[in-house]
Design a protein around this ligand. Structure first.
Ligand code: SF4
Length: 296
C-alpha cells in the first residue's frame, strides 16, 4: 500500500478507444449514481438493456437474479466481448453449481451479511487488448460469487492483484469490489469454471460444460500471447485449449508453447491460502512468473 504505481507495461500498445471502453464502471457512474436511479448508458455495454440500474435499486431481471442486486453490470467491453460476458452471466447449465452459488448468496457469511451477493457466474475481467491472460480455477463462494468480479474480495485475489500491481498490470494493489476503481492494463483475469463450486471442486462434467466460455473469451482477446495458469486444474484446462500434447507436467515456472496458437503457457502455484500460508508460494515466486509473462 502507498507504493508508487509502476509504469504500465503495455500501455503504449493500447488504442485510445480501448482505453475508453475499459474505463471502470465507477468512472462512468459517479458522481451521479444513486441507489434506485436508472441512467441512460453512454459508452457502456449493459446486460440486455439500454439503461443500467444503480446497485441496490432494482430486483434482478436476469434469470436467477438475486433480489437487491443490480439487474445489469455496466462493465465496458467491446460489443462482441460484452455479448459473451452477458451470455456467461445468464448461464444456468449446471444444476448443482446454480443451486450452490444461489444458496451461498442467500445464506451469506456472517462477515458479509450486510452485502447483496452476486450469486451468478463470474465473467472475465481486464483489458480487452491484453497480452497476458491469467486463468484460475473458479470463483470463491464468498469472493467472486459475492462481489461479481473474479478474484475480488478474497485472500487469493489480495495476492494476485497486489502482484499484478507490482508487475505494472494493475493501477492499484487491492481488489475489494467491482466498483473499486481497479483497472488492468495488458492483462485479463478469468476462471476456467465460472460458478463457485462446493469445496472448490467442479466435477469433470461441469468443467467441460464451462470451459468453452474461456475458449471463446480467449479467441476474442486477440492480443493474448501468454496464458498464466494458476494451479494444476487451470494448467490442464489451458493445455487442452491450446492443444499442447503430450501434456507437460504442471509446476511453478513450468513453460510450454502452443504450436496451434503460438501462445506460451506459464504454470504458477495458485495463490490460495493453503499455498501462501505454508510458504509454498511466496511473493517473489509470483512476481517472477508475472515478470516472465511480461517479458514474452
Ligand atoms: S459453471 Fe459455467 S456452464 Fe456451469 S452454470 Fe456456471 S457458467 Fe454455466
Amino acid at each position: 500500500m502507498g507504493a508508487a504505481r509502476p509504469a504500465p507495461v503495455h500501455s503504449a500498445r493500447r488504442p485510445a478507444t480501448v482505453a475508453a471502453w475499459s474505463r471502470p464502471a465507477s468512472a462512468r457512474c459517479r458522481p451521479f449514481a444513486r441507489p434506485g436511479r436508472t441512467w441512460p448508458v453512454v459508452g457502456v455495454v449493459p446486460w440486455r438493456t439500454n439503461s443500467t440500474s444503480v446497485a441496490g435499486g432494482s430486483l434482478g431481471r436476469l434469470e436467477g437474479g438475486i433480489p437487491g442486486q443490480p439487474s445489469v453490470w455496466p462493465v465496458a467491453f467491446p460489443p462482441p466481448l460484452a455479448a459473451l460476458e452477458d451470455e456467461i452471466v445468464r448461464c444456468r447449465a449446471c444444476p448443482r453449481l446454480v443451486a450452490w452459488r444461489e444458496e451461498v448468496a442467500a445464506t451469506r457469511r456472517a462477515a458479509f451479511r450486510h452485502e447483496v451477493y452476486w450469486g451468478r457466474p463470474v465473467p472475465g475481467f481486464g483489458d480487452p487488448d491484453a497480452r497476458v491472460a491469467v486463468v484460475g480455477l473458479a470463483p470463491a463462494a464468498h469472493g467472486g460469487n459475492r462481489t461479481g468480479r473474479v478474484f475480488t474480495g478474497d485472500r487469493s485475489g489480495d495476492w494476485l492483484f497486489a502482484a499484478l500491481h507490482r508487475a505494472g498490470f494493475a493501477n492499484q494493489p487491492t481488489s475489494v469490489s467491482r466498483d473499486d476503481g481497479l483497472e488492468l492494463t495488458g492483462a485479463w483475469v478469468a476462471a476456467a469454471v465460472r460458478c463457485a463450486p462446493p469445496a472448490n471442486r467442479p466435477t469433470p462434467e461441469e468443467r467441460d460444460r464451462c470451459v468453452p466460455f474461456l475458449e471463446r473469451e480467449l479467441a476474442l482477446l486477440g492480443q493474448v500471447a501468454v496464458v498464466v495458469a494458476l494451479g494444476g486444474f487451470a494448467w490442464d484446462v489451458c493445455c487442452r485449449l491450446e492443444g499442447i500434447r503430450p501434456k507437460p507436467a504442471f509446476g511453478h515456472g513450468a513453460e510450454a508453447r502452443s504450436d496451434r496458437s503460438g501462445r506460451t503457457l506459464l504454470g504458477c502455484y495458485h495463490p490460495s491460502q493453503q499455498n501462501t500460508f505454508t510458504g509454498r508460494l511466496t511473493e517473489p515466486m509470483l512476481d517472477a512468473v508475472l515478470a516472465r509473462a511480461a517479458s514474452l
